[in-house]
Design a protein around this ligand. Structure first.
Ligand code: UDP
Length: 323
């Protein structure tokens, strides 16, 4: 059985990936500092409480297991916070990841799946965004991810470490079996916030900006189901294990939905009233972000299953009312 290290496996995306790896016959070890994740979200495998900033923790871990590959989800993800406190982002997302890469090199663990982001592209020059699009991040979060993508190219050249970088557009939804879901604290993402309003945990949803250059004036995003996202990780891992070269893929559905449209669908799915308050634009929000994921479909043989936003929001709602 191949052993896969999942760093950040107690978080939203990582916990769904752990479940999928286990279901596909891998032995899984999760490393998580529980700063944003939950121990009970790790549904199986071994759990190590620890931090990528701690070289001795990484050393022990790599001495104890013979990993076939590493998936790295552990990063800070809030754009606004990254502008106010860039040090936090560069320390964890860059310096911490470097510690992880260096221990992989020391132990000759060659296969690395990296959680990257649409934020590496900055303000879109065209839509949908393909892999060739210019990479000019406009905030420290996006830059921290791009730095690692660039470092990975050097690490492959010098040390033979192979990687696949997966650039997420808007990860959304929840485990179709209802076991896992999104639990950020504080929650900043649109769909869980809208559903928290529907379930009565919040009074209203703020719509950030109504004067964007889009048909209804609100921002357009490409929402991708968490299980489809994790499926791409699995396929990417299998490709590396089979000897493929390093690569990077954009992951989305290729279809954009405005903030108002998301709220409308949430009303339909939940049957609840969702009060809305108009608010100012959020700093650093491009008007539209939509992925071109053809390369992932062709090269990874990736076939997203839950492309319908109604389905995505239905799964998120199942989790919201259970949790
Ligand atoms: N958004 C909003 N109100 C909220 C949270 C988000 O209007 O309370 C908007 C946000 O400005 C963006 C979209 O919803 O246009 C998706 O934001 P989210 O934070 O979910 O993901 P991001 O696109 O920032 O990765």
């Amino acid at each position: 059985m191949k052993i896969i290290l999942v760093v950040g496996g107690a978080g939203y995306i990582g916990s769904h990936a752990v479940k999928m790896l286990l279901a596909n016959g891998y032995q899984v070890v999760t490393l998580d500092n529980l700063s944003g994740g939950y121990r009970d979200a790790v549904v199986g495998g071994d759990f190590i409480l620890g931090d990528i900033s701690d070289p001795s923790c990484l050393k022990n871990l790599f001495n104890n297991y013979n990993f076939a590959g590493v998936m790295h989800f552990a990063s800070f993800i809030q754009v606004g916070e990254s502008i106010e406190n860039p040090g936090k982002y560069y320390q964890n997302n860059v310096a911490g990841t470097l510690n992880l890469l260096d221990i992989m090199v020391a132990h000759q663990v060659k296969n690395f799946i990296f959680s990257s982001t649409a934020a590496i592209f900055g303000e879109p020059q065209y839509i949908p965004i393909d892999e060739q699009h210019a990479k000019q991040p406009i905030n420290p979060y996006g830059l921290s991810k791009l730095m690692i993508e660039q470092i990975l190219a050097d690490y492959e050249h010098a040390y033979g470490l192979k990687s696949i970088c997966l650039r997420y557009f808007n990860a959304a939804g929840a485990d179709p079996e209802g076991q896992l879901g999104e639990r950020h604290s504080p929650e900043t993402h649109l769909i869980p916030l809208v559903l928290q309003v529907a379930s009565g945990k919040r009074e209203f949803i703020s719509v950030f900006g109504q004067d964007y250059d889009t048909p209804d004036g609100t921002c357009i995003r490409d929402y991708i189901h968490i299980n489809d996202l994790c499926q791409a990780h699995l396929l990417a891992l299998e490709k590396l294990l089979a000897g493929a070269n390093s690569n990077a893929y954009n992951l989305g559905n290729g279809e954009g939905f405005s903030v108002n449209h998301v709220i409308e669908i949430a009303k339909q799915v939940t049957g609840k009233i969702i009060p809305v308050k108009l608010a100012k634009r959020r700093v650093g929000d491009p008007a539209r972000l939509v992925a071109n994921s053809k390369q992932a479909q062709i090269e990874l043989n990736w076939r997203p299953k839950y492309t319908d936003l109604v389905k995505i929001i239905t799964h998120a709602w199942q989790w919201e009312i259970r949790y």
